[in-house]
Structures are given as structure tokens and as C-alpha cells.
Design a protein around this ligand. Structure first.
Ligand code: F0G
Length: 458
């Protein structure tokens, strides 16, 4: 008989997790103002809030931690990290930062001005936040197909070349760079094809513009190119990554995802002028150039994490688990962004809670219901996260309203996936009884989803 698939690692250390009762969860949810970010982690049984900083480091990474050089300047750990980034990306200049948004802050402080227009594919909320807070515009040029959650196409995270061309034709003098997010988190962890990166490069070259890759999940993107795009099946993940980066000018990185560290990020670029410009902001915001917000030990762990997570086996194990969870939802008929992406399932809440009006935030309501059902914490990637239009101050209801269930890297087993799927099925089975959602009672002006206070209307 054919041997079944199994993980490419074994477990050396475990961390207990606790179940709770429904009454406890009702109380905790109320105390948290129906915002799952406000829960304490002990109140969560299976945490699918994010795949960011939640991965399990390997024995090699923990060993590397011990080799951290904590020198303020010229740390050897910085040079280890820099060499690994040079090797994987081909980018010469590296600035470490404490996480991805800090990389955005440092680079955008140099590049984005009031009135700038930054085209891209579904900018992540911190990316959008760092653009909009500078009185600039994040112009979404994602393909329209990404909005149809039931459509199965292999590269649903792509930039629409026609939209990008139009944006540049109209606004090129105000465009400091184009940003492509790989994988496209907001559209459902959907990959961007190499072909699409080439098209973006060609349009950028036509207008003399540079391209930044928001690379938080670049290794997962490379995995999808290898397994879905013609001509890449025999290439290694490292070869594919190098080719992806060869089509760009620089990158911002949240190392908390595909770097498999708990904290960290960086900027890398091939252009000295970007490096010189960003350096001026690294020192006041992050720290001196050879640590920029990271410990020596974390830079060591990141260097190893980048190396390990650009190996096929590690990525195959990960994507296989996400696909396993998706398969269970298929069995139960629960609609999600298809085909499943790299790091999470994005349940189409609009299609599940059809009786909850959009003004009452269906995806957030589904997230609350799932938590109350089984202590599984997901995250709304929908109308609350979309914030208000900076000009009209209206809620932005134009996008998708999704419940994201992230799978942390190397953390949970397939049995946990079964629990998540069963809990969601229980909510799904009584979806027609759920007719009311939530109302906002307090919100911040930007990135409101972290701190929003809600009232339950059901
Ligand atoms: N870019 C993308 C595509 C991201 O998904 C994130 C973070 C960032 C940038 C910012 O990085 O958190 O290190 O400052 N995403 C997390 C998430 C928070 O849950 O998807 P950061």
C-alpha cells in the first residue's frame, strides 16, 4: 500500500493548551468587547488569529540563538543574517527592523510623500496604514477574479496588468514605487505567478519605476509557483525565490511569517540610493544599522529560519496541513476563498451568515460565534479591517468580508485541524438562526480592528 503523507519533522518540545466552557467564553468575550484581539491567550484553545510570530522554531534555530552576538555595532549575527538574505534574494543592502511594519515605516519614510500613489495588489493593512498616514493613496490593482471566492484559478493574488498600466499612465509622476505582496494575504493568502511578476516588471520599466515585494510569505509563494506554474516543477524553492526577487528592486519583510521567528523583519534592496535614504530613518526609529530593532540572537535564528523554510519539505508539510483543513470544510460544504492559499483558510462570511446585514459585520460575527462554540480564535479580514474611507469617512464595504483561520507553522497537529473544522461546522449548521451581528461602539481612526469595541446585537 502507498504510504500516507507525514510531516517532515518530529516534535521535541510541547506546550500545554487548555479547553474552557461555553459560559466562561461568553463572559470573556463580553469583557473583551467582542474583539478577539482583546482576549487573553489562556482564554483561547486553538489560536488561529495569525500565522505571524506564532511558528515553532527548529532545534537548529534554538541552537543558533545561543550564538547571538549582542554587540551594539558590527555584530557578527548581523553579517550572518545579511549573507543569508544576499543569498536568498540577491539583494545587496540589508536593514534589519523589529518587524514588517517597521520595515514599511523606514522605507516609506524615505519614499512616500503626501500625494504619492502606490499601486499594488491588496496592500496589507499596515502597508496601507503607512501609505495613508502620509496622506498618500494605496491603489489596489488586484485582479477582479480575486473577489469571486468560489472561482478556482491558480494565481488569484495577481496584479491586473491593465489596472496597473492605467494607474501609471494617469499618475506616474506621483508613483514612488509599485508594491506586490507575495503571497497576497488580504485576498486569501493567494499566490502571485512568476509570469505576473514579469508583467509588473515590464510595466514598471516602461514608466521608469521600481518594484517592492512585500515578502512576508515569499517562500509559500515560491512553493505555489513550483507546484502550479508551468516550467517550475524541477526548480528548487531557493532558485524560484531568487528569480522572483530578480524581478524587483527591493523588499520589505515581516520575518515573523516565512522567516519562522517570533519577532523580526528587514528591508533589502539592490539600490544604494534606497539604502542610503532608508538608513536615515532606521537609526532614529529602529536602532543602529547592524541591529535595527533585532537582538543578535534573533538575527541568528532568522538566518537559519530563512534557510530552512526555503526548503521544499518544510513548505510541503505546511501547505499540506492547510489543505487538509480545507478538505474538511469541503466535506461540510463551508464556503471559503478557493483554492485554499498558503497560510490560512478565509471563510466567506457573507455566504455563510446571509441574514446578517453588512452594516452588522458578518465576518466578525462568525469569528465571535466560532470562539463561543469551541474557543477557536480566528480573525476578521473584512469590513472592520477595511477601515473607513479617509475622505468620506464611510465604512468600506466594497471588498470581501472574510473570517481568516490562520495555521501557525509547525505548531498544531491535524487533530487540531479536525477540531477547528468541526466547530465551524456546528456554527454553519445553525447559520440560519444567526440574523444579527455587532455594532461599533468605539473605534480608532486607523487600523481600528485591533482595538475596536463592539456591542453584540444578538
Ligand atoms: N505585510 C503582510 C503581507 C503581512 O501579512 C503583514 C503582517 C505585514 C506586512 C506586517 O508585518 O506584522 O511583522 O509588522 N501580517 C500579520 C497577519 C499581522 O496577521 O497577517 P508585521
Amino acid at each position: 500500500m502507498e504510504l500516507p503523507f507525514a510531516e517532515s519533522w518530529r516534535i521535541k518540545m510541547v506546550e500545554p493548551i487548555k479547553k474552557s466552557t461555553r459560559e466562561e467564553r461568553e463572559q470573556w468575550m463580553k469583557e473583551a468587547d467582542y474583539n478577539l484581539f482583546q482576549l487573553r491567550s489562556e482564554q483561547v484553545y486553538i489560536d488561529c488569529l495569525t500565522d505571524s510570530g506564532t511558528g515553532a522554531m527548529s532545534d537548529r534555530q534554538w541552537a543558533a540563538v545561543m550564538m547571538g552576538d549582542e554587540s551594539y555595532a558590527g555584530s557578527s549575527s548581523f553579517f550572518h543574517l545579511k549573507e543569508m538574505i544576499n543569498k536568498i534574494t540577491g539583494f545587496e543592502y540589508v536593514i534589519p527592523t523589529h518587524q514588517g511594519r517597521a520595515a514599511e515605516n523606514v522605507l516609506f519614510s524615505h519614499l512616500v510623500k503626501a500625494g504619492s500613489i502606490v499601486p499594488g495588489n491588496s496592500h496589507f493593512d499596515t502597508t496601507k496604514g503607512h501609505i495613508e498616514s502620509r496622506k498618500a493613496t494605496a491603489l489596489d490593482c488586484t485582479i477582479d477574479e480575486a473577489k469571486d471566492t468560489q472561482l478556482e484559478i491558480p494565481f488569484k493574488g495577481n496584479v491586473d496588468p491593465k489596472k496597473l498600466e492605467k494607474a501609471l499612465a494617469e499618475h506616474h509622476e506621483n508613483v514612488p514605487f509599485i508594491i506586490v505582496t507575495i503571497t497576497n494575504n488580504t485576498a486569501g493568502g493567494q499566490p502571485v505567478s512568476m509570469q505576473n511578476l514579469r508583467e509588473v516588471r515590464a510595466i514598471a520599466d516602461k514608466y521608469g519605476k521600481r518594484v517592492v515585494l512585500d515578502s512576508a510569505r515569499f517562500a509559500e509563494n515560491a512553493y505555489f509557483i513550483k507546484t502550479r506554474e508551468e516550467g517550475y516543477a524541477d526548480k528548487t524553492i531557493k532558485e524560484i525565490a531568487l528569480e522572483m526577487f530578480s524581478l524587483a528592486d527591493g523588499m520589505t519583510m515581516s520575518a515573523k511569517k516565512d522567516g519562522i521567528v517570533n519577532m523580526g523583519g528587514f528591508i533589502a534592496t539592490r539600490h544604494e540610493d534606497w539604502y542610503e535614504g532608508a538608513k536615515r530613518f532606521c537609526i532614529p526609529f529602529e536602532g543602529y544599522l547592524t541591529y535595527g530593532g533585532m537582538n543578535g540572537r534573533d538575527m541568528e535564528a532568522l538566518a537559519v529560519g530563512l534557510d530552512e523554510n526555503t526548503e521544499f519539505d518544510n513548505l510541503e508539510t505546511r501547505i499540506h496541513q492547510v489543505e487538509f483543513l480545507a478538505g474538511l470544510l469541503d466535506e461540510y460544504g463551508i464556503p471559503y476563498q478557493r483554492p485554499v492559499g498558503g497560510h490560512a483558510i478565509f471563510v466567506d462570511a457573507d455566504k455563510v451568515l446571509t441574514k446578517v446585514p453588512k452594516e452588522e459585520f458578518p465576518a466578525q460575527t462568525l469569528a465571535i460565534e466560532l470562539y463561543l462554540e469551541a474557543g477557536v480564535r480566528g480573525c476578521e479580514i473584512g469590513y472592520i479591517l477595511a477601515d473607513r474611507d479617509p475622505v468620506t469617512r464611510e465604512n468600506r464595504f466594497g471588498g470581501l468580508d472574510l473570517l481568516r483561520l490562520c495555521v501557525a507553522r509547525r505548531v498544531y497537529t491535524d487533530n487540531h485541524m479536525r477540531v477547528i473544522a468541526a466547530a465551524l461546522k456546528n456554527v454553519f449548521d445553525r447559520r440560519d438562526e444567526i440574523t444579527r451581528g455587532v455594532e461599533i461602539v468605539w473605534e480608532a481612526e486607523l487600523m481600528r480592528h485591533f482595538t475596536v469595541k463592539l456591542k453584540k446585537l444578538f
